[in-house]
Design a protein around this ligand. Sequence first.
Ligand code: XLS
Ligand code: NI
Ligand code: NI
Length: 469
Amino acid sequence: MGCVFRLTNGPKCPGTVAPTQHPSLQPIRYRMSKAAFPDVSQIKFEGPKSDNPLAFQYYNAEEVIEGKTMKDHLRFSTVYWHTMCGSGADMFGSPTAVRPWDDGLSGMDQARARVPVFFEFCEKLGTPFYAFHDRDIAPHGASLKESNAWLDEIVKLLKQGQDSTGLKLLWGTAQLFVHPRFMHGAATSCNADVFAFAAAQVKKAMEVTHELGGEGYTFWGGREGYSTLWNTDMKRELDHLAKFLHMAVDYKKEIGFKGQFYIEPKPKEPTKHQYDSDAAACLNFLREYGLLEHFKLNLETNHATLAGHTMQHEMEVAGAAGALGSMDANTGDLLLGWDTDQFPTDLYMTTQCMLSMLKYGGLKTGGVNFDAKVRRESFEPIDLFYAHIGGMDAFARGLKIAAAIRADGKLDGFLKQRYSSWDSGIGAEIEAGKAGFKELEAYMLEKGEANANVSGRQEFLENLINRYI
Ligand code: XLS
Ligand code: NI
Ligand code: NI
């Protein structure tokens, strides 16, 4: 069959792209056939010399780095929401994405049709994990009962897909932000009934995550925050949020779900202030309400930058607290002030992330989860492959560079040297708790002046890092 998809706006068929020599710019003909991506076969590692845009240049799943395969270090994951539900619509324009498998379908028919497409995509790409929200995989029903029944039906299909492909669920979550009932938040709503609805929805989402063998469950407070403090009792809302999470911890035990709970920090959007604003705020909240032992953090690059931090900063904050859980891998655009969820390609960023990851002993139950979407202008199905391949290669490269930096030891050696005044003498005494203000005063009165400072050598270190990149 020829080109069968239709768009409400824009060209009828992307097969009109001008042909050029480079394969990435060749026109691609989409057919409705058994395969959703008939022109794409298994994406393979071909090495840095390969000119094939549908191959990995750096991600070599079985290659061993620091005693572990790349596959096990990175635990790549594809998200259902952006990959299957992303339409390219934005505040100013209607959908642009060409998705032949969605053609003419809606509701549950569309939900059913998307499942095999997703598994075909993940299998061809080779990400071992995936993640979803309840309402990405199945639509909202007219009642909670209907939503649950629809969810169950799709979960059965996901189970079959997992069994036949070996794809595993990194984490599940509940979508508590799209439906109008969540306009004031979910667990932090001023409306107690909405809190109850959210609890029922999370209960169900936890059950299906458990049923699918999910390795984790994420809480991202879509609208847990405020737009104005004039109408907000912040303390009461935070108490409710903590209650909600304690209920989730209890229910987790009750059903025997062993997966890891994550909180995903984000400072703003959709609300002007989200309570889980950054890693430090989340850790403080969890500690204050006695929840810290039950949660780790799922950090997202674009959320870090919205909070005015680098992703490395967030990883260091979480890692130092023993709460480095998982990563939502994407990137923002520093010239745009919102959550653009672009695919990560910056090698400095991936190197920094991988340095922190290796330093804190790896991701354990977490993974590198591409919470990222193709640009509105990248509307063809094939762009989904280019985007993920690029992200996977960027992280694979970051991992190799980070391992090289660690093996060389120069950066580490510099750090050790920089803090060496703490290894013996007065520094060691302070660290060991053997000296207080009085002892330190006596020490300085006798010595008269502190030892001279040494340069921080930032530029020297930046040059050093560039040698590995
Ligand atoms: C939105 C969040 C969301 C979470 C899951 O900004 O990143 O996608 O990862 O609810
Ligand atoms: Ni995310
Ligand atoms: Ni996000």
